[in-house]
Design a protein around this ligand. Structure first.
Ligand SMILES: [Zn+2]
Length: 78
């Protein structure tokens, strides 16, 4: 790897870490002193560098138990 490429990769890594810290600080300002409930955390939109991402989660239903559950990828036949 040439020196210029290594320099740019180190610069990118530093800037990504700075962006993550800034995002965490902004989130802390929004939250104040309270800890968000899981409902709130799970309702947040996920954004990539290309825009919002739609997350999907497989849900299965057991007729015997009459309950829905979330199978792991390991058991989902993936
Ligand atoms: Zn069951």
């Amino acid at each position: 790897m040439d020196a210029k490429r290594q320099q740019l990769e180190e610069k990118l890594e530093l800037q990504l870490m700075q962006a993550a810290h800034t995002a965490a600080e902004l989130q802390a300002l929004e939250q104040g002193d309270r800890v968000p409930h899981f409902d709130e955390i799970e309702m947040r939109d996920v954004h990539s560098m290309d825009g919002p991402i739609e997350l999907t989660e497989p849900v299965a239903h057991c007729r015997r138990c009459r309950r829905s559950f979330f199978p792991s990828a390991k058991n989902a036949g993936v």
